[in-house]
Design a protein around this ligand. Sequence first.
Ligand SMILES: [Zn+2]
Length: 278
Amino acid sequence: MNFAKLFLSENKESFEKISEYIFHHPETRFEEYASAEFLASECEKAGFQVERNVGNIKTAFVASYGSGAPVIGFLGEFDALSGLGQVPNKTSYEPTELNVGHGCGHNLLGTGAFAAACAAKKYLEENNIPGTVKFFGCPGEEGGSGKTFMVREGVFEGVDAALTWHPSPGNSIMSLSSLANYQVYFRFKGLSSHAANSPHLGRSALDAVELMNVGVNYLREHVVPGKPECIMLSQTQEASRQMLSRQTLKSFTSSGRQRFSRWKKSTNGFAKSRRGQL
Ligand SMILES: [Zn+2]
C-alpha cells in the first residue's frame, strides 16, 4: 500500500498530464481515437507491449508487461458524453462549443487505472516477482457496452482478476455487483398527416410511444424487485402541425431475456393498435 502511495505521489505530474489531455480531447463512445492513442503511447513509454485494435474495435487496446501468473488486469476507460461539455474552472453551466465532455470525472478513469497498472508493474520489477500486468484500453463505457464486445472476442481470456475504479467524493472499496441490461431502440412508424385538417387520415407514432410507456409501467409490478427499466425518447420528428409519424425510443431493461421478450411483444401490440409499425 505504501509502495503504491509513494509511487503515485512521485509520478503525480505525469498522470495529471494524461488526465488533462483526455479532458481536453473529449470523444464519444467508440470514437475515442485521440484519447486511446494517447494512452496507448503512454503505455509504450512506460515499458508495456501494446496491442492495438483488439476485439475488432479501433479504439480498444491491451498493454502488457511481464510473464506468467497471476495475470492482473486494470480496466481503463476514456469516452465522454455529448451534452456535457463544460468550460474548465467555471462554477456555473458554460458549455464548450462542441458540448462533449467527461461526465463524473471520466477523464480520470483510464488515467487512474493506468497509474495503478504502472505501480503494479514497478512492484513486480523491484521485487523480482513473476506475474503479468495488463492494462485494458476499454472504449464505449458510456452505454456502449465496449467490454461486452471485448469479452466476446476473448480479449480478457487468461486474466485472473480485473480491477477498476470510479471517481467519487470518498475513497473506499466498493463491493457492489451491477446488473447486465438490454439496451434497445424501438422505432415506431405511423402515418403523417395534417394534425388540424385531416387527423383521421394519420396514425400517430407518438400515441404508440405513450401506450408503450403506460403498458411497460403496468408490467413493472410483475417483475422481480430491483430490476429497473427505463425508457427515453431519443429522437422525434420535428414538423409543426404534422401528426408525428416517426418516433424512436431508447430503452434499458435489466429484467432478463424472458422478460424482454414480453416487453417486445407488448410493444408490438401497442404499435399495431395504432395501425402503425414497430
Ligand atoms: Zn461515471
